[in-house]
Design a protein around this ligand. Structure first.
Ligand code: MG
Length: 343
């Protein structure tokens, strides 16, 4: 296979703030794997939270190159095992290559990925759409833009929690999923927040405390009126067993897991452990989001809105109307480049 890669800058519709910081754009690495006249595409939406940067992605892709040059893409399972060893801890880069491999397989077979996996394309759970941390006026404006979505994901975890929830509840009765992004630092504070949120049509709380606080999480889960969902506490399947008893559910993402194959494995392990499953995302173009959406028939909750936050999405793939995601029926991941459509 031939690997080529390039970078693209994705500009956000609104500056994006969570408990960890603010960004106005994201520049990511994108890959193409070509063999036998067919090209698979992938995206590496790296995250500094997990020790990744544009430079570390590039270095990981360089390490992957010699493996891919001589590999047979039909042996994508074995390729992934070799890549994992060659690029440890660089899961977004691994995800880009895994997505590209499975895109290649689907394109070569002439069928969508969901069909290759034996999945039906509909119905899917409806996706939430995220509201970043902001001033009350801006929050009201953002909520008005997504009034037709059934679920909002509201980012909390700073000193502005009360003002943000007041702005949300002044604007809408939509069901809210809260994501604290590790922002509540003691179990007592986290419990207070969960009790306060329970009366406000909140469905669950995601990652209330810093990753690794599993003893505190078990204490919290025994007392919290709201279910607790792990995000920063879970990357790959080996993280899942320790979460039983500390969390009710897990937020799985291709970019944390290292792609479609590992996320699929995690879905089955999480089910076996009795954990509820959310399929989430980073801020990603429609390439990464559509790749994840092919696994949507297998999960309980969807949070696949990363592409909706981007002003200049280079790709056209899964579409979203009022929270309902429609999978493309083109072969592979089924994504087209928008610039190709215009010419
Ligand atoms: Mg989260």
């Amino acid at each position: 296979m031939t690997l080529t890669d390039h970078q693209r800058q994705l500009d956000l519709k609104h500056p994006w703030t969570i408990a960890r910081g603010t960004s106005a754009s994201k520049t990511y690495g994108f890959v193409e794997l070509t063999e036998d006249g067919v090209t698979g595409w992938g995206e590496a939406a790296h995250n500094v939270r997990y020790g990744e940067s544009l430079e570390s992605i590039q270095a990981a892709l360089q390490a992957a190159r010699p493996i891919l040059e001589t590999a047979d893409p039909w042996q994508f399972h074995h390729i992934l095992e070799s890549l994992k060893a060659a690029m440890p801890s660089q899961h977004a880069a691994l995800a880009a290559l895994d997505i590209a491999l499975l895109d290649w397989v689907g394109k070569k077979l002439g069928i969508p990925l969901y069909r290759y996996l034996g999945l039906r394309p509909a119905p899917l759970p409806q996706t939430s759409v995220s509201i970043g941390i902001d001033e009350p006026d801006s929050i009201a404006k953002k909520i008005a833009e997504v009034a037709d979505f059934p679920f909002l994901k509201v980012k909390l975890g700073t000193g502005s929690d009360e003002a943000i929830m007041a702005a949300v509840r002044d604007s809408t009765n939509q069901i809210v999923r809260v994501d604290a992004n590790e922002g509540w630092t003691t179990k007592e504070v986290a419990l207070e927040k969960c009790e306060w949120l329970a009366g406000q049509n909140v469905e669950f709380v995601e990652q209330p405390m810093p990753a690794g606080s599993l003893d505190d999480l078990r204490w919290l889960r025994e007392r919290s009126p709201l279910p607790l969902v792990a995000d920063e506490d879970v990357k790959t399947a080996s993280d899942l067993p320790a979460l039983v008893g500390a969390y009710d559910g897990v937020n799985l993402k291709l970019m944390k897991a290292g792609g479609i194959q590992e996320t699929l494995r995690m879905i089955h392990v999480a089910r076996a452990l009795g954990l509820q499953i959310m399929l989430g995302c980073m801020i990603e173009s429609s390439l990464g989001i559509t790749a994840a959406a092919h696994l949507a028939p297998l999960v309980d909750w969807l949070d696949l809105d990363g592409n909706l936050l981007i002003a200049n999405d280079p790709f056209l793939g899964a579409t979203c109307q009022a929270g309902t995601i429609i999978l493309p029926d083109r072969p592979g991941i089924g994504v087209l480049e928008r610039s190709e459509l215009r010419t």
